[in-house]
Design a protein around this ligand. Structure first.
Ligand code: ADP
Length: 413
C-alpha cells in the first residue's frame, strides 16, 4: 500500500477506466496539501489491459522509458480490486515517500446533475448508476473502477471529473433536440463530450495567444473518437457530439451524424435489433467501415487503396463542414485549434481541412504544418490556426487536487 506517512511529496492518481483496460497516470506536486495545481507533473503513466481475460500491467516513467511490465500466469485472472491493489502497491514501491492524496477519475457522463467535478461518495455512485443508460459502453466501467478503489483503499478521497461538464454553459438551443418537450425533460438532449480536453485547451490557448482570450474559437478534437467544440471566451457554446458520443463527424469506428431514417430502415427492412445497431454504430462504421481496412488514420494515409483515401476525404470533408457550422452557430470564427491523436499528428488531415476552409479566410503554412508548429497558419490567414496538444489527465489531476483543497479549506473554516 502507498506510504501515507513520512512522505515528502503529494501524488494524485488519475484513472481512465474502459471496458477491458484501465489507463493511469500519477501526477506529483512539490507542495504538500495539494493546493498548487499549477506545479503538478506526470511522473508515471501506464495501463492495465486485458481486464477479464489476460490482464497485463505496464508503466513508463516521465521520460517514457518502460519501468514495469507484468502479466499474470494463465489460470490466474485477478479482478478489478486485485488489479487496483497491485497498482497501489506498485506506486508505493516505485514512488517512495510519496503521499497519494487523491484519485481522480474520468467519467464520461455527468447528466444534468453534475456540472463540475465532485467528490465520490456512495450517494454519488448511486446517482451515476442512473446515468448508465446514457453511456452504456463507458459509464459502467468508470463506476466499477471507483467502487473497486473504494473497496481496496476506503480512506483515499476520489473525485469524478465529467466529460460532459464543460458543455453545461451552452445555450438552450445548442442543448436541445427538436422533439416533444416531455422527452427533453426526461434528459433526451444534447450533452456533448471530450469536455476535459476542451477545458484544457480553453486554459492553454490564452497562454499561447493572449489576444484570443475572448475569441470565437473552434477546437477540433480529432482522435479515434472525434468531436468539435465552438468556444466563446473559453466557454463551450456548441459541440458536435450530442446525447451520446455517436453524433457529429465520422470517427475511427463510428459514423458520426447519420440520418435516423437509416436506422428505422435497417430495423424494418433488414431486421436489425438494438444490439446489431449498437455494433454497427460503435464498432463497424467510420474510417473502418468506409475503408474496409483500418480505423487508424496512419494506416489509411499510408495505404494505396482508393477506399482508404476516400475514408480520409470523407473525414476531412465532415470536419471542415462542422467547423463552418459551429462558426455559424456562434456567429464568428477567430481561430481554429487542432488537437488529439489525429489533430496533433496528421499533417495531411490539417492541410485538407484548412484547404476546404479557405473561403472562410483559413490558410496554413505548409512548412509550419509539417513541423507541427504551435501556430501553423500562413501570415496572410484571416483566421489563425494552432496545434495544441491536449492533456485530459492533467485537467483531471488539477480538478481532483482542487476539490480536495477546497474540502480542506471548508474544514479549516
Ligand atoms: P483516443 O480517442 O483513443 O484517446 P487519440 O487521441 O490518442 O485517441 O488518437 C488516436 C488516433 O490518432 C489513432 O487511432 C490514429 O488514427 C491517430 N494518429 C496517431 N498518430 C498519428 C499520426 N502520426 N498520423 C496520423 N494519425 C495519427
Amino acid at each position: 500500500m502507498v506510504a501515507l506517512s513520512n512522505s515528502s511529496e503529494d501524488a494524485c492518481l488519475v484513472i481512465n477506466a474502459g471496458s477491458s483496460s484501465l489507463k493511469f497516470c500519477v501526477f506529483q506536486s512539490g507542495n504538500k496539501g495539494g493546493g498548487s495545481a499549477a506545479e503538478i507533473e506526470p511522473v508515471v503513466t501506464g495501463q492495465i489491459s486485458g481486464i477479464g481475460t489476460a490482464p497485463r500491467f505496464e508503466a513508463k516513467d516521465a521520460a517514457r522509458h518502460k519501468i514495469a511490465d507484468h502479466s499474470w500466469a494463465a489460470g490466474e485472472n485477478p479482478g478489478r480490486p486485485e488489479l487496483l491493489h497491485h497498482l497501489l502497491d506498485w506506486i508505493g514501491d516505485t514512488l517512495k515517500g510519496a503521499t497519494l492524496v487523491a484519485a481522480g477519475h474520468r467519467v464520461v457522463h455527468g447528466g444534468t446533475r453534475f456540472s463540475a467535478p465532485v467528490r465520490v461518495t456512495p450517494a454519488v455512485l448511486d446517482q451515476l448508476e442512473e446515468l448508465i443508460p446514457l453511456a452504456p459502453l463507458h459509464e459502467p466501467h468508470n463506476i466499477a473502477a471507483m467502487r473497486a478503489l473504494a473497496q481496496v483503499y476506503p480512506s483515499l478521497p476520489q473525485v469524478a471529473c465529467f466529460d460532459t461538464a464543460f458543455h453545461q454553459t451552452q445555450p438552450w438551443q445548442s442543448q436541445t433536440f427538436a422533439i416533444p418537450r416531455e422527452l427533453t425533460a426526461e434528459g433526451i438532449r444534447r450533452y456533448g463530450f471530450h469536455g476535459l480536453s476542451y477545458e484544457y485547451i480553453a486554459h492553454r490557448l490564452p497562454q499561447v495567444a493572449p489576444e484570443l482570450a475572448d475569441a470565437h474559437v473552434v477546437v477540433c478534437h480529432l482522435g479515434s473518437g472525434a468531436s468539435l467544440c465552438a468556444m466563446r471566451g473559453g466557454h463551450s457554446v456548441d459541440t458536435t457530439m450530442g446525447f451520446t458520443a455517436l453524433d457529429g463527424v465520422p470517427m475511427g469506428t463510428r459514423p458520426g451524424a447519420i440520418d435516423p431514417g437509416v436506422l428505422i430502415y435497417l430495423m424494418r427492412e433488414k431486421g436489425y435489433g438494438a444490439d446489431e445497431l449498437e455494433k454497427l454504430l460503435y464498432h463497424k462504421s467510420g474510417m473502418l467501415g468506409v475503408s474496409g481496412v483500418s480505423n487508424d488514420m496512419r494506416d489509411l494515409e499510408s495505404s494505396d487503396l482508393p477506399a482508404a483515401a476516400e475514408a480520409v476525404e470523407l473525414f476531412c470533408h465532415n470536419v471542415a463542414k462542422q467547423v463552418a457550422a459551429l462558426a455559424g452557430s456562434m456567429g464568428g470564427l477567430d481561430a481554429v485549434v487542432f488537437t488529439a491523436g489525429v489533430g496533433e499528428n496528421s499533417t495531411l488531415v490539417r492541410a485538407r481541412v484548412a484547404e476546404k476552409l479557405s473561403w472562410l479566410g483559413v490558410s496554413i503554412d505548409p512548412a509550419a504544418n509539417r513541423a507541427k508548429a504551435t501556430r501553423i497558419s500562413a501570415q496572410e490567414s484571416r483566421v489563425p490556426v494552432f496545434i495544441i496538444p491536449t492533456d485530459e489527465e492533467r485537467m483531471i489531476a488539477r480538478h481532483t487536487l482542487g476539490v480536495i483543497a477546497a474540502a480542506q479549506l471548508d474544514r479549516a473554516a
